[in-house]
Design a protein around this ligand. Sequence first.
Ligand SMILES: [Zn+2]
Length: 66
Amino acid sequence: MPDPVPARVATAACPLCGKPTEARYRPFCSKRCADVDLNRWLGGAYRVPTEEPPPEGYVPEADEER
Ligand SMILES: [Zn+2]
């Protein structure tokens, strides 16, 4: 009987540094990486430009019923 494949599926790699993910900080390997990512999100959120107002007469794609 062949040995079962090690359960590597459960172990993901930290998207920031590539180290094995720590369960309590998923999907990151540590609080540090989680904080880095969080700061990226927060920092980026402020840089996202506000949506430009639609041009006059602009109609959202609403009549796709047929
Ligand atoms: Zn990491």
